[in-house]
Design a binder for this molecule. Structure first.
Ligand code: BGC
Length: 250
């Protein structure tokens, strides 16, 4: 390993089941070293997560390069503002400050879907696309990134639109497909309702669909009946780590 790796920004993706991190080469959008994954603590409070982050970063060479960390909630100026699928104690936590202290490094926290959007617009499915691109991640919840001419408007939270009297993600996230045992056809029907609502409200030029299930996009995207172009994300499960590193170094 060269000294150069220690100078690269470090990205961390904090998810419901795993916390993954790696230094990222921003010239290529690739991991500069193999990523490390640690199980998310059962009770994923900010303090418990901070401990795991320190353990994870400790497995890499000492560095003073900035660290970007994704959080599955609203993040304003480093402070977490919502916690739909994580411990409620995140709300109001100054995560930038807590993690900067825990890691002894300059830390910048970013919403998980916003990080994925930054990664896709820089290296992936939205690269070079002008106009409005809406990236959605279909996972435990639905995350969204709103990108106009490549510029992110953070915290769009389009998973929480109310559609037919329901919080959209409760019906259309991948977790709803799994917990209700929906066929791809039935789920695609719900996704059609979801994306048609987004079309009506925002008239985007492109939808990009991320989240773990996007690797099976050929099983459901062709069944989503909308007018706007809709494509799978390209960075797959690397998008969070890469986008977090991008965010930290901006
Ligand atoms: C949260 C978002 C997050 C998304 C995906 C939603 O429930 O409100 O902030 O981006 O889940 O994790």
């Amino acid at each position: 390993m060269t000294d150069d790796v220690a100078n690269l920004p470090f990205g961390i993706d904090f998810g419901g089941t795993g916390i993954k991190g790696a230094p990222v080469d921003l010239a290529t959008g690739e991991f500069a070293q193999e990523r490390v994954r640690i199980k998310t603590p059962e009770k994923s409070t900010p303090e418990n997560v901070a401990e795991v982050l320190a353990e994870l970063v400790g497995q890499f060479p000492k560095s003073s390069a900035p660290v970007g960390i994704t959080v599955p909630g609203v993040v304003r100026h480093g402070v977490v503002g919502s916690a739909a699928n994580i411990d409620q104690s995140w709300i109001g936590t100054d995560a930038d400050r807590l993690f900067t202290r825990a890691l002894g490094r300059d830390v910048h926290v970013v919403n998980d879907a916003d990080a994925a959007g930054l990664a896709e617009v820089t290296y992936g499915a939205a690269k070079g696309r002008r106009g409005l691109v809406i990236l959605t991640t279909l996972g435990t919840g639905i995350g969204s990134a709103f990108l106009y001419d490549g510029v992110l408007t953070p915290n769009s939270e389009l998973g929480h639109l109310e559609i037919d009297g329901h919080d959209a993600e409760a019906r259309a996230a991948n977790s709803a497909r799994e917990s209700e045992g929906l066929s791809m056809e039935k789920w695609a029907h719900r996704l059609t309702t979801y994306y048609r609502t987004l079309e009506k409200l925002f008239s985007p030029d492109l939808f990009v669909v991320g989240g773990g299930i996007s690797k099976r996009s050929d099983e459901f995207l062709p069944l989503v009946d909308i007018d706007t172009e809709i494509v799978p994300a390209q960075l797959r499960n690397q998008a969070g780590v890469v986008g977090a590193a991008l965010y930290a170094s901006a």
